[in-house]
Design a protein around this ligand. Structure first.
Ligand SMILES: Cc1ncc(C[n+]2csc(CCOP(=O)(O)OP(=O)(O)O)c2C)c(N)n1
Ligand code: SF4
Ligand SMILES: [Mg+2]
Length: 295
């Protein structure tokens, strides 16, 4: 679908249920960018699955028309890996928040990155726990006064998701801003098309509980990485990842092609386990015979 067609037609990826996010929430930008990207790339709704954890951001799959698994807090990635391994015909996109992915789900994030399975991971990073009404998160800014840091503000250094992803071996690392939707959509298109683990940290302001990192705060700071940035050089990616403050780069920091766990493990190749018979049936065992043994 061309950009014009996507705009003119009703986007088939938008669901019947309207989002209950606050008016102005950054997550709307990602929802539009992602559904537009899928339509533009020519996918059909039944070819895609979203997995999520818990949080305002993790309600994302409900607002789309595609398959979705709204799982447990921090578990969007293990569920996504399970889907990827059992049904490789589906395009898998894990969607979640900063608390979900960089807090309780941090271990899964690192291991998903090093396995390099072919999937996309979109993190709506609002630097706060939105759903639970504004506790500080692993990406909250030092000194940020929140309900869990009411006196002197946050006293733990924030995680840098970009350098963390690079260090974990992620083969596609990018950052987008939901206030720059066209640019965000172009990044998501590249992430979905990437063969391997594609990670996008999306700056997605929480207009209700984060009054520090607002749209205007980001608009004064974000700039797009130019053509002079070498996306194949991890050292250049790591240097750019350190920029945060006066200037915040958005775009693709790093992209390489490398084999995935699936390519390396012979037992995982050329199989669609979801099409194979399961359990007792597969082994030719009659369940009634087993039950009879216990009578
Ligand atoms: C095991 C477990 N611990 C804690 C919670 C409570 N909880 C629900 S959402 C959430 C944080 C969500 O933050 P984030 O992922 O940043 O999502 P946001 O709401 O900001 O989009 C927490 C701590 C939970 N649901 N399950
Ligand atoms: S509380 Fe924040 S993150 Fe949650 S829907 Fe509202 S603006 Fe979005
Ligand atoms: Mg959050």
């Amino acid at each position: 679908m061309s950009e014009k067609e996507v705009k003119e037609e009703i986007n088939p990826f938008i669901g019947d249920v309207k989002p209950n996010w606050c008016l102005g929430c950054g997550n709307y930008g990602l929802l539009t960018a992602t559904t537009n990207a899928l339509a533009k790339l020519g996918f059909k709704p039944n070819e895609v699955v979203f997995t999520s954890g818990i949080g305002c951001s993790s309600n994302f799959p409900h607002w789309t028309s595609v398959y979705g698994i709204h799982s447990l807090h921090g578990r969007s990635l293990p569920v996504a890996m399970g889907v990827r391994l059992t049904n490789p015909t589906l395009t898998v996109i894990a969607v979640s928040g900063d608390g979900d992915t960089y807090g309780i789900g941090m271990g899964h994030f690192i291991h998903a990155a090093r396995r390099n399975l072919d999937m996309t991971c979109l993190v709506m990073n609002n630097q706060i726990n939105g759903l639970t009404t504004g506790q500080y998160s692993p990406t909250s800014q030092l000194g940020h006064i929140t309900i869990t840091s009411p006196l002197n503000g946050v006293d733990e250094y924030p995680i840098n998701p970009i350098s963390l992803a690079l260090g974990a071996g992620t083969s596609f690392v990018a950052r987008g801003f939901s206030g720059n939707r066209k640019h965000l959509q172009s990044i998501i298109e590249k992430a979905i098309q990437h063969k391997g683990f594609a990670f996008v940290d999306v700056l997605s302001p929480c207009v209700t509980f984060n009054r520090l990192n607002t749209y205007s705060w980001f608009r004064e700071r974000v700039y797009e990485l130019g053509d002079d940035h070498d996306t194949t050089n991890i050292c250049d990616g790591l240097i750019k990842a350190q920029e945060w403050g006066e200037k915040i780069p958005i775009g693709v920091f790093y992209q390489i092609m490398k084999p995935s766990l699936k390519d390396l493990d012979p037992t995982l190749q050329d199989r669609i386990p979801v099409n194979e018979p399961l359990g007792f049936k597969a082994q030719g065992i009659n369940i009634q015979d087993i039950l009879d043994e216990f009578r």
